[in-house]
Ligand binder design. Structure first.
Ligand code: PEP
Ligand code: MG
Length: 583
C-alpha cells in the first residue's frame, strides 16, 4: 500500500530507488560495503564474533553460583540459543554475501528484520524476546568493536561502485553521522531519509555537497519503511512516497528527467566569472569535506575553496588522531587538486553533531553544542593543535593557503592561536631548511560574541568568514540538528540579519576580506540580499555554484544595496524581501 512520510526538505531533486535501512536498531555501528574479495573474510569475522559470544555465554552459565536465581540461567540459555540460531547468524551471513554489508551492519540489519517478526507476535512473552535479541547483538558488536580497535580498522575510504545490482538504492536511517555519510560518497546511494535532523545539520550539508536528494526529520521513516521497499524521495517538498503507484512513479520520473536537463543547462555557466550587471566581480568558492572534493569543486566552477572542514579527517578513527604527515598529505592533495587556487583550511571543528568517534559520541557532555568543541578543543589539546598547524604550514609550501579558526568567541582565543602559530613558526627551522610560508589568518564569525567584538578582533586577522549555520543556532538558541525546533531556525530573523550586515560592513570598512561559508551562501533566497549587504565572496557546496552564479549574473548590486537596507529596516524582513522580489 502506498503511503507518504513527511520531513524537512534539505537537498533538492528527485530520487527513486529501493530502501536500504541502516542502523535502525538502537546500536550505532559503522556501515560500509566490503569489497568482493573481502566477503569471505567478513563472513568469518561475523561468524567468529557470534561464536565467541556463544562461548562467553557458556562460560558465564557454567560459572553461575549455586544460589543464582534459576531465571538467570534460563536467560543465558535463551541468549546462547540466539547467538547460535541459524535464522540469525545465517541471515547476517546473507546480508554480507548478497549485499556486501560489513559485519556490524549485517548483524544490525538482521536484528531489525527479526525484530519486526517479534513485534508481530501475538504472544506477549515471545514479543518481549526482541530485547534479548538486541542484547545478544550488542554483545557481538562489542566483540567486533574490540577487535577493530585492536586491529586499528576504520571505515574504508573507497567503496565499490558496482554494488547493489541494477536497482538504485536509497538510504533510510534513524540518524546517520556525517562521517558515515561521507563513507557512502562513491555514489552508492541516490538519496536518503532520516528520522532526525534539521536543515543545517552536518548530515544535511553533506547530502547537499553530494548533490543527492534528501529528507531529514521524517520522525517515523525508519520504522515505517522496510528493507527493499520502493521509495520516491521528493527533496523539494520534503516527502518520501513509499510503494508509489505507477502513475505517481511516471510523474516523478518525468520530473527527474527535467531536473537532469536543467543541470545540463546550468553547467554551461560553470566557468563563466560571476560579475553583477553593474560590474562587481563576486568570488565563488566551494566548501569541501575531503581532499578529493577539491577536484569536483573546480569542475563545478569554484575559484577556490572557502572552507575545508578538516574534522572529517579526524572522525571515526577509533579514537586515533591523524598524524602530522597524514594531515600534510591530505592538505597537499587538496592544494594539488586546486591547481594554484586558494585553499581555506579550517582547523578541526569536532563536537556537537560531529563527534570525533561514534563510540565517543557527545552524550557525556551536558550540552555538546556549547561544550568543548572547535577552537576550544584545539586549545585544550595543544600537541594536537600544533601538529595540525605544522601540517598546514608544510602544505602551504605547495600553494596558497588560508588558515581559518572555527567558533571563536573570545579575543583571548585568537591571541592564543597567534602565539601557538608563532611557536610553530619559531620551531620551523628545526624541521625544514625551506623558509616558513606565510598564510593568511582568519576567523569564523559564527558565535554572536565574535560579531559583537569584531572591531577588536579585526586588527589581528586577515579575513573573516561568516558561518551562518552556527550563527543562527547560537543567536536564536536553536539546536540546528533538532527537528523538533527546526521551524524556529530562522535565517530571516532580524537579529541574525543585523549581525550578518554588521560583520560585512565592519570587515569591508577595515579593508579585510569577508565571505559567507554557511548554508545561506548557497541558498538562492539570500543571494540578492547578501549582495545588497556588500558581500562579494560566497562559499558553498559545489552543486549550488552554478545556480547562485546565475542569480549574480542577473543582479544589479547598486539597486540591491537600497533594497537590502529596506529589508533590514522592515519588521518582517522575509515578507519585505518577497515583496521586493529578492527572495
Ligand atoms: C557554519 O557554522 O556556518 C559553518 C560553515 O560551519 P559548520 O557548518 O561546519 O559548523
Ligand atoms: Mg560552524
Amino acid at each position: 500500500m502506498s503511503f507518504q512520510v513527511f520531513g524537512i526538505a534539505v537537498s533538492q531533486g528527485v530520487a527513486i530507488g529501493r530502501a536500504v535501512l541502516v542502523g535502525a536498531g538502537r546500536v550505532d555501528v559503522a556501515h560500509y560495503f566490503v569489497e568482493p574479495d573481502r566477503v569471505a573474510q567478513e563472513v568469518a569475522r561475523c561468524e567468529g564474533a557470534c561464536a565467541q559470544v556463544a562461548e562467553e555465554l557458556v562460560a558465564l552459565r557454567d560459572e553461575l553460583p549455586a544460589d543464582a536465581p534459576p531465571e538467570l540461567a534460563a536467560l543465558l540459555d535463551v541468549h546462547l540459543m540466539m547467538a547460535r540460531d541459524e535464522a540469525f547468524v545465517g541471515g547476517a551471513r546473507e546480508w554480507i554475501t548478497e549485499r556486501r554489508y560489513n559485519a556490524e551492519w549485517a548483524l544490525s540489519a538482521q536484528m531489525e528484520a527479526l525484530g519486526r517478526q517479534f513485534d508481530e507476535m501475538e504472544d506477549d512473552y515471545l514479543r518481549e524476546r526482541k530485547v534479548d535479541l538486541e542484547q545478544v547483538v550488542e554483545r557481538i558488536l562489542a566483540v567486533l568493536s574490540r577487535q577493530a580497535k585492536g586491529g586499528g580498522e576504520s571505515l574504508p575510504a573507497a567503496l565499490p561502485r558496482d554494488f547493489g545490482g541494477d536497482d538504485p538504492l536509497l538510504l533510510v536511517a534513524s540518524d546517520i553521522a556525517p562521517a558515515d555519510l561521507i563513507g557512502f560518497r562513491q555514489g552508492v546511494f541516490r538519496g536518503f531519509i532520516t528520522d532526525v535532523g534539521g536543515r543545517t545539520s552536518h548530515t544535511a550539508i553533506v547530502a547537499r555537497s553530494m548533490n543527492i536528494p534528501a529528507v531529514v526529520g521524517a520522525r517515523e521513516a525508519s520504522r515505517l519503511i522496510r528493507q527493499d521497499d520502493w521509495v520516491i524521495i521528493d527533496g523539494d517538498a520534503g516527502i518520501a512516497i513509499v510503494d508509489p503507484s505507477p502513475v505517481v512513479l511516471a510523474e516523478y520520473r518525468f520530473r527527474q528527467r527535467q531536473a537532469e536537463l536543467e543541470q545540463e543547462r546550468l553547467s554551461l555557466w560553470r566557468h563563466r566569472p560571476a560579475v553583477t550587471l553593474d560590474g562587481h566581480p563576486v568570488e565563488m568558492l566551494a566548501n569541501i569535506e575531503l581532499p578529493a572534493d577539491a577536484e569536483a569543486a573546480l569542475a563545478a566552477g569554484a575559484e577556490g575553496v572557502g572552507l575545508f572542514r578538516t574534522e572529517f579527517l579526524f572522525m571515526n578513527r577509533g579514537g586515533k588522531l591523524p598524524t602530522e604527515d597524514e594531515q600534510y598529505l591530505a592538505y597537499r592533495a587538496a592544494l594539488e587538486n586546486l591547481q594554484g587556487r586558494p585553499l581555506t583550511i579550517r582547523t578541526v571543528d569536532v563536537g556537537a553533531d560531529k563527534p570525533l568517534d561514534r563510540s565517543h559520541g557527545s552524550d557525556h557532555q551536558l550540552n555538546p553544542a556549547l561544550g568543548l568543541r572547535a577552537i576550544r578543543w584545539s586549545l585544550a589539546e595543544p600537541v594536537m593543535f600544533r601538529q595540525q598547524l605544522r601540517a598546514i604550514l608544510r602544505a602551504a609550501q605547495h600553494g596558497p593557503v588560508r588558515l581559518l579558526i572555527p567558533m571563536l568567541a573570545h579575543q583571548s582565543e585568537l591571541m592564543e592561536v597567534r602565539s601557538t602559530l608563532d611557536r610553530v613558526r619559531a620551531q620551523w627551522s628545526t624541521h625544514s631548511d625551506q623558509p616558513c610560508p606565510r598564510v593568511d589568518l582568519g576567523i569564523m564569525v559564527e558565535v554572536p560574541a565574535a560579531a559583537l567584538i569584531l572591531d577588536r578582533v579585526l586588527p589581528w586577522v586577515d579575513f573573516v568568514s561568516i558561518g551562518t549555520n552556527d550563527l543562527i543556532q547560537y543567536t536564536l538558541a536553536i539546536d540546528r540538528a533538532d527537528e523538533a525546533v527546526a521551524h524556529l531556525y530562522d535565517p530571516w530573523h532580524p537579529a541574525v540579519l543585523q549581525l550578518i550586515a554588521s560583520v560585512i560592513r565592519q570587515a569591508r570598512s577595515a579593508g579585510k576580506a569577508v565571505s559567507v561559508c554557511g548554508e545561506m551562501a548557497g541558498d538562492l533566497a539570500f543571494t540578492a540580499l547578501l549582495l545588497g549587504l556588500g558581500l562579494r565572496s560566497f562559499s558553498m557546496n559545489p552543486p549550488q555554484i552554478t545556480l547562485v552564479k546565475q542569480r549574480i549574473l542577473r543582479a544589479d548590486a547598486a539597486k540591491l544595496q537600497e533594497m537590502a537596507a529596506d529589508v533590514l529596516a522592515h519588521e518582517q524582513p522575509q515578507e519585505r524581501a518577497r515583496q521586493l522580489g529578492l527572495a
